[in-house]
Design a protein around this ligand. Structure first.
Ligand SMILES: [Fe+2]
Ligand SMILES: [Fe+2]
Length: 344
């Protein structure tokens, strides 16, 4: 379905490739298997989630919207697709099996990057029965295939995938939390590795796109849905910069920014990709970024595609263009020039 231009991952240690890269961003499909649930599945927090789905949330999401998405992606043909979490609803093994098939329908693991959301870590689960179904969609480039540390979020993330001129950097904020909470956290280990990745990819002049489920800008969501270490992430981004932050979780269109040494860093959230809402800001959408390297940095053309319930298809909602300067290398701590090798 999507083009084979950027199938093969690049290695780091070399300057970014030239040419336009098309990156699609979608989030929060909340794919469920409620008809297959047994009483044994519904202990603790899952029981509350199940009841809320039956009373309200189930009516907010439509699998036919995901079918319309497939049709639209066949037309828009992005080079790469980023999925920023809440792919499942209750983190049930059956949901992970079903969502693996959905991911396969979007593309191969080299063309689709997935990071988990709080609903994918709804309760503590067996890795083999859940996340193992997606591992290939989350792993960084060049991760050893037989490495058992791939069964640990803190080893996999931050995940760096290089596609043309773009460095896709996945951060995991998904952690099981108490009933009625949907908070997330990154943790000191991931933040430390993230600083190195941002610094290195800036030196190599990649367009750095950070994927995270929870919005990093304070006040974007309520206290019970917040990123608990948002301040630490903000201070890291202020120091090392990035070109674009993409998130989900809020289930509505959000456009915020963070101040970095190079100006405003856009922070963009998308609604649920399966949302049926008639409220415009909450209806299913996905964003397509066409990123082109230029002498002074990058030109980005952003197309927003929204689900039209009347037509049962996605249509263009808006289009805009913006540009990013190349980061000022003297402001990136540890900068030693392009192509410097690093270990995580
Ligand atoms: Fe969600
Ligand atoms: Fe979420």
């Amino acid at each position: 379905m999507i083009s084979k231009k950027f199938d093969a991952p690049h290695t780091t240690g070399e300057p970014a490739a030239q040419g336009t890269v098309t990156l699609a961003h979608l989030s929060d499909p909340h794919i469920s298997c409620m008809n297959e649930i047994t009483g044994r599945d519904l202990a603790g927090k899952r029981l509350l989630g199940y009841l809320r789905w039956k009373l309200q949330r189930g009516a907010e999401h439509g699998e036919h919207v995901l079918a319309a998405l497939q049709t639209d992606l066949a037309l828009t043909e992005p080079d790469h697709i980023a999925v920023t979490g809440d792919v499942t609803h209750l983190s049930l093994p059956a949901e992970f099996k079903k969502t693996k098939q959905w991911l396969q329908s979007l593309g191969t693991p080299s063309r689709v990057t997935v990071i988990p959301g709080n609903h994918d870590a709804y309760v503590k689960t067996s890795w083999r029965q859940t996340m193992a179904h997606w591992t290939d969609y989350m792993l960084p480039d060049n991760f050893p295939r037989d490495n058992h540390s791939a069964e640990d979020m803190n080893t996999i993330f931050p995940c760096l995938r290089i596609r043309g001129c773009v460095a896709i950097i996945g951060v995991c904020s998904a952690r099981p939390s108490a009933p009625h909470l949907a908070v997330g956290s990154i943790g000191a280990g991931q933040l430390q590795k993230l600083a190195k990745i941002l610094s290195q990819t800036a030196r190599e002049r990649f367009y750095r796109v950070v994927l995270i489920h929870h919005p990093p800008v304070s006040g974007s969501v309520s206290w019970r849905k917040r990123l608990t270490d948002a301040a630490a992430l903000q201070s890291l981004l202020t120091r090392y910069g990035a070109e674009l932050i993409l998130h989900g979780h809020a289930h509505r269109t959000l456009r915020r920014s963070l101040q970095t040494p190079d100006g405003n860093l856009p922070v963009v959230g998308v609604p649920s990709i399966s949302a049926l809402s008639r409220k415009p800001e909450r209806r299913a959408r996905y964003y397509i970024y066409r990123i082109t390297p230029v002498e002074t940095g990058w030109e980005v053309r952003l197309e927003v595609r929204i689900y039209s319930p009347d037509d049962n298809r996605f249509i263009r909602e808006s289009e805009q263009q913006f540009s990013h300067p190349v980061p000022k290398s003297e402001q990136i701590p540890g900068s030693r020039g392009p192509g410097t090798a690093y270990a995580l």
